[in-house]
Design a protein around this ligand. Structure first.
Ligand code: FES
Ligand code: FES
Length: 154
């Protein structure tokens, strides 16, 4: 069954016709061309497909696109402002936290969620908050350090 949904994607209202069985991952990648949203495991275990939905990091491979109707979606493509990387993105670059890069958009999304909560976190809490993301290049140490640095900045 086809259905039209309207969501705000990276600040722009988008109306898309979807199949009600489609995942939000497929709609963002295939219909809206947002390729920062990666298909890894496809079953909610690797975090590569995470985006912010109303400010919360959600795995979109197990989230129906129809549930996104009326919601605010942000992907890594929408994090920079006026051509400037967000503080989280910049910390990942500066800290050399990127190897092949496949998992990184998901980590950046969850780190951004933490940053926007404006709380302070111990290293252990950061590790726990990022534990839903798998990095096959195993660059966890630098990813956690970059997140920590981004959270320290105003
Ligand atoms: S592709 Fe969605 S959690 Fe792995
Ligand atoms: S940087 Fe390669 S999978 Fe994480």
């Amino acid at each position: 069954m086809l259905k039209k949904i309207t969501m705000t994607v990276n600040g722009v209202k988008r109306t898309v016709e979807i199949d009600v069985r489609e995942s939000l991952l497929d709609v963002l990648r295939d219909k809206l061309g947002l390729t920062s949203v990666k298909q890894g495991c496809g079953v909610g275990e690797c975090g590569a497909c995470a985006v912010l939905i109303d400010g919360v990091s959600i795995n979109t491979c197990i989230y129906l696109a129809s549930w996104a109707d009326g919601k605010e979606i942000r992907t890594v493509e929408g994090l920079e402002q006026d051509g400037k990387l967000s503080s989280v993105q910049q910390a990942f670059v500066d800290g050399g936290a990127v190897q092949c890069g496949f998992c990184i958009p998901g980590f950046v999304i969850s780190a951004t969620e933490l940053k926007e909560k404006k709380q302070s976190y111990s290293r252990e809490e950061i590790r726990r908050a990022l534990s839903g993301h798998l990095c096959r290049c195993t660059g966890y140490q630098k990813i956690v350090e970059a997140t920590e640095k981004a959270l320290e900045e105003d």
